[in-house]
Design a binder for this molecule. Sequence first.
Ligand code: IPE
Ligand code: IPE
Ligand code: MG
Length: 255
Amino acid sequence: MADKAEALTTGSDTDGADGGGKASPCHVAIIMDGNGRWATMRGRPRLFGHHAGARRVREIVQACPDLGVKYLTIFGFSTENWKRTQIEVAGLMSLFRSYIRKEARALRDSNVRVRFIGDRPGLDQKLRELMDELEEMTEGCTGTNLTIALNYGGRDEVARATKRLAHDVAAGRLDPESVDEETLPKYLDTCVLPDPDLVIRTSGEARISNFLLWQSAYAEYEFIDTLWPDFTKEVFAGVLENFGSRDRRFGGAKG
Ligand code: IPE
Ligand code: IPE
Ligand code: MG
C-alpha cells in the first residue's frame, strides 16, 4: 500500500520547474489495437501483425521517462480474446512467452518494474512462471512501472475482487458496514497502482472493450486512427501533448 500512497500523492506532473508547464499524465494506459488489420493490409497472417506490435512495445516503454510517464499499463490479451481461432490464441501465448524471455534483462537494466494484471489461473503454467520470474526480477526497479494486462477483463477483475471481499466478510475480517468506494480498489489487481490519467486506444475504434472499468472513472480518453504497429514514440509524444491542454474538473466547476 505504501506504493499506492506514493503514487497517489505524486499525481500528474508538470514539465516546467515553475509548475507552469504542460501537465504530463502520470499514468497512461494503452489499448494496443489494430495488429490484425495492419497485417491484413500487407497480405500477411494476423500473427505477423502481433509480432510487429510486440516490437513497438519496447520503443514505447523506453520513451516513458523522457515523456514524464511514470506508470504505463498495456492491454495485451483480454478475457474475450479467447474467442479467436486456436491458431491465433496459441500464437499470441507463444509470443507472450518469447517476449518475456527476450525482454526480461533489458527491462531490468532499464530500471523498469514489471507487473501483470488479469486472471492468471486461466493462463498456461509456463507463461505464469515466466510472469512470476519477471515480476520478481524487476521488484527492486524504481523507474517506469510497466503493467501488462494478460487475460484481463474489467468485469472479471471486479467479480474476482468482489468474491475475495465477500470471503473477508464471511470470515469476519471485514465489516460490511465499512465498505465504501475506497474498499473495492484494495481488492482489484491494480491495488498498488494509481488510476490512469489517460487511456489511449489505437486503430480508430472508440470503445474501451472491458479495460480498467473501475479505474478509468475520471481518465481522459484519446482514440486515434494509427494502428498499433505504427504507434511510434513520436505519435505517443503527440498524444501526450494533447493531454496537456485538457481541463480536468473531476466534477468540480471551473475557477
Ligand atoms: C490487438 O490487435 C491485439 C490483441 C487484441 C491481442 P487486434 O488483433 O485486435 O487487431 P485488429 O483489431 O483485428 O486489427
Ligand atoms: C482489446 O482489443 C483487447 C486488446 C487490445 C488486448 P479487441 O480487438 O479485442 O477489442 P474489440 O473486440 O474490437 O472490442
Ligand atoms: Mg482489435
